[in-house]
Design a binder for this molecule. Sequence first.
Ligand code: HAM
Length: 438
Amino acid sequence: MAQRIQGTEDLYGGYMRSWQRMCDIARELFGAYGFDAIETPAIEQVATFTHGIGESTDVVRKEMFRVFSGALLEDVFARGSEEGLKAKQRMAMRPEGTAGVVRAAVEHNFVPQGAAPAKVWYSEAMFRGERPQRGRLRQFHQVGVEWLGAEDPAADAETIIMLMEFYKRLGLPQESLTLRINSMGDGECRPAYREKVRQFILDHADEMCEDCRERADLNPLRAFDCKVDRDREIMRDAPLVTDNLCDDCRDHYAQVKKYLDEAGIKYIEDPTLVRGLDYYMRTVFEVEYTANAGIGAIGGGGRYDGLAELEGGKHTPGIGFAVGFERIMLALEDAGVNLAGEDPSCVYVANTEPELREAAFRATLALRSAGIRAEADYQGRSLKSQFKQADKHNARLCVVLGPDEVAAGVATVRDMGTHEQVQVPMADLAAKVSELLG
Ligand code: HAM
């Protein structure tokens, strides 16, 4: 039997409705904050990601799916040219949304200075070659926002406030969430800090794992995220970024916290929060569903003022976040919240004999023209089995057409709950059904 790839999911039924509901809530809330929808391609040039996310990140080094066209592979096999393959392996599936959005902003000149759309949101599938497990997929879905052109710390605070409001509207109890924030410094203060952490790791190299020793040169700050207990313990004594910020970054961070306090947003300052993508600077944040430790981060983001330049554009400050749909669903399930709502109901049109199929066809179309979700029998079923079918379709009303009714130009409308029946002139069917549905 054909099977989906491990770590991918089919979205249908209530799960699909939950995803659509999440997107509806996003459209409404983010719209009020001035964000317009955007969709960028699922495949981009590899360079868009290597420049932005960073060559040394796990996402780029280990998790990015590269894409080869069949023609390229044929060419490589025919000529045996490894070099040709390397030169041409230019495409990758997006592992996240920010790099592509900033690439689009640079390419279409969204910003400078106030040109719209500089505030965009997206709901898209992302692809990462991770080891599949609960809440960690190879294809997953994110709702995210990117705000380009604002350096003001109020933009950082508003972005975080909007994120927390999003969780609230999704129905997640606020007390089950933990928001952690940090400042990662900028081009001014981070290089010196990075060097301090590198030195710290080298000083403790013989006690630390091989990955961390490798990180020392490649990406020392990632050592804060090491999963090995001993390394985590050692890193507790490492220099903290918040003790190494330049004046501008310290002021910026203080302002962000002031705005968050003013808005009554609860947060934990975590100077070891480094995030896994290299483009971040200054404010970073992550939200965890802490009522159930197994779910992990349900969203995160931060400021990336240098990213547009890395994508070949002018200096453009930016900040944003992304929320993972599949993890939100795990959290909602844990919290006992149903985002999908009830299964959709319909009106079922039944006919007592096959000769009346045409009358049923007309009645079904008339209901649908009036915007009513209508179903009918397409298998020549008996009336009893049509009623069963109506129940399976979650029908609230059934329109029953028999020979006498059709001859008299009327239909019987039966309430599937109370079994009450009324006769309605065919000409008024849609109006009467709408009225009964309330
Ligand atoms: P991220 O932290 O890599 O950030 O991902 C954001 C969210 O996507 C995570 O908190 C998690 O809920 C979900 N997620 C990530 N990887 C997986 C996976 N393999 N399976 C299921 N869910 C996953 C970003 O992607 C940044 N682009 C966020 C951002 C936007 N920063 C600035 N603007």
